[in-house]
Design a protein around this ligand. Sequence first.
Ligand code: GRF
Length: 195
Amino acid sequence: MKPRVAILISGRGSNMIALIEAAKKPEYPAEIVLVLSNRADAPGLTSARDLGVPAVSVEIRPYGRDREAHERAINAELQNAGVQIVCLAGYMRLLTPYLVKEWAGRMLNIHPSLLPKYPGLDTHKKALEAGELVHGCTVHLVTEKMDAGPILAQSHVIILPEDTEDTLAARVLAEEHRIYPEALAKLAIESDFKT
Ligand code: GRF
């Protein structure tokens, strides 16, 4: 049986689409069974449904400031769907230790920089301002420290003299779409999710 994967998003979900499309190939070693957003208006929810993947939103509002209660509701959706691996793909909320511990070793994230350089936001701007010659993206396991877990895959992108944030972001995004499905496939093959 292929491991069952959920993708957590907050927005457009282009990485989510890349993962769903990769997993549609019969030989892909994981199955995308659920897309979950913390925002009901995330455009990615519609894209997921259009691609035939169940998509739900679990908003924070009913839980007020209780972030862990929000994550318990998210976790209930993941358990109900029999999920075994979680992929964060533009999920724009910091996780509490509760959800991170629940999914330790089984939760991945994609980040648009060559970690450990430039964790957090505005990575393309920071790389350009620092005069970097090379930038890129990273898939890593999620740990309690933001954008800092063990690295599973990276891709390097050469910065061109004429690059703007937008042109650089577009080339990095194309690499994200390539390495995220590869990293998930590798984890799915190498790990034993029956336990
Ligand atoms: C991507 O750049 C990803 O690396 C970052 O957030 C962005 C999400 O884009 N974590 P999308 O929603 O996958 O299009």
